[in-house]
Design a binder for this molecule. Sequence first.
Ligand code: 4AD
Ligand code: MG
Length: 466
Amino acid sequence: MLVSSISQLIKDKIKINSEITISGWVRTKRISKAGIAFISLYDGSNINDIQIIAYSSLDNYKKEILLVTSGCSLTVTGKLLKSPKKLQKYEICASQIKILGWVKNPEKYPISPKKHSLEYLREVSHLRSRTKLISSITRIKHNIFLYIHNFFHKNNFFWINTPLITTLDTEGSGKMFRVSTLNSKNLSLNKEKKIDFKNDFFGKEAFLTVSGQLNLESYACSMSKVYTFGPTFRAENSNTNRHLAEFWMLEIEMSFANLKIIMRLAEKLLKYLCKKILNNHIDEINFLSKKNNINLFDKINKIIKNKFIIIDYTNAINILIRNKKKFNNQILWGKDLSIEHEKYLTNDYFDAPVIVYNYPKEIKAFYMYLNKDKKTVSSMDVLFPDIGEIIGGSQREHRINILDNRINELKLNKKDYWWYRDLRKYGTVIHSGFGLGFERFIAYITGSCNIKDVIPFPRTPYNAKF
Ligand code: 4AD
Ligand code: MG
C-alpha cells in the first residue's frame, strides 16, 4: 500500500500491521544502546512527526542509516505499528529506507534541531518552514483562507478578483509602489519638468494597489454582496511588529447596508473563524500555546465569548483622557489613535475586542460617508487585544455632490475618479465595506508577536532578499 502523507495516515485510519510507504525529512535521529535507529520524520502535512524504527538488519544500516542527519530526505517502507508513546499514534518499523537527499556539512545545517530564535529564523526564511512552529502557522493560515471563502459563499457573497495594478490611490496616503517600464536612465520630462508617463506601459503613472475597495464597489453596485481577497502593497516606512509592505487583505463590500450592518458582519466573521480554529486545530493551538508561552485558548475565546464593545471615537478619546496611565502619544480629538491607545482600550479598559466608529473626517479617506455633524465620517476600526487595529471599514459616500466636495477638499484629481463617480450617478445606493488585515488576524490567532513570522517571505523596508 502507498501512503502519501502523515496526515493521510492519521485521517484514513490505516490498519495496524499494513505495509506502507512514506516520504519526508528527518527531524532527529538517535541510536539506542541496542543499536536501533529511531528517526523522527516530518512531511509538513500534519503537526505530528512519525517515528521510524530501523534495525541494524537493514541492508544499508551501516553505510547509510547511521550517517543520516537532521534535514536528510527519505522514503521509508515498513509496517505500521501502534506507538507505545502517549503523544504519538503510530510508528513504522522500516523494511527499507531510501535516502533521497543528504545534508551537506550537517554541522552547518541552518535548521538543526536545537532551539532557534525567531530573529534568526527570519534570516533563513527559505528554510524556516521546516520548523514545527512555521509549518503550524502555515497550516492554520491555509485553513483560515478556506474558512473565509466558505463563510462568504454561505452568506451569498461573490468573490471578485480586483486588479493589483492601479492608477488610483484608494487610501490617499501616497504610500504606493510605482509600476513602470520606463528606462530610469533615460526619462523624458514634460513641460512641468516632471516625468512624462505618457510613454510608460499604461500611458499613465501606475502603482501596486493599496486596496481593492474602489473596484470592489463597482461590483457591489450590481451584485450587492461581494468580496476580494488578495495581496496589497504599502510603501510605508514603518518597521513595526504589525506592518508589512506586502500583506493580504480580505475586503468585503455590501450594497443596501449601513455602518451598523457591516459592524455586525465583521463580528460574526471573526467569531466564526475563531470557532473554526478551536474546533478543528486543537493540536496546533496547543503546540503554539506552549511554544509562545501563552494560553491561546483564552486568547481566542476572548473573541468568541465577548460581545464586541462598540463606542464612538469621541467617547474613546474621553476614556483615554480620563485614564491615569501615561501615554507617549498625545490624545487629542482629531488625531488618530496610536497602538498604545488601542491597546489600552482592548487590554486594560474593556478587556475585549472593541469597535471604534465615527472618526474625524480629517484622518480618514475621501470615500467615507460624511455624518450629519459634518465633522465625522461613518467609519469603524475593529481593535483586538495586543495587536490593535485588525479591520478598517466604513459606509461609503454615495451622494455625488458630497463626494465631489471631499475630492476637491483633499485636492484629488476629479478626472481620475470619473468611473468611481459614475457609480454615484447611475442608480446610487447606500453601501458599506471593510478590510481585514489577514496577517494581523493570523498573528493574533497563533500568538505571534511579530507579523513577519506569519507570512512566508516578509517584505519590509530594506528587506526583500528571499
Ligand atoms: O484600514 P485600512 O487601510 O483600510 C483599507 O484599506 C480599506 N480600503 C478597507 C476597506 O474598507 N475595504 O486597512 C485594512 C486593514 C487594517 O485594519 C489592518 O489590519 C491591515 O489592513 N493593514 C496592514 N496589515 C499589515 N501591514 C500593513 N502595512 C497594513 N496596513 C493595513
Ligand atoms: Mg485603517
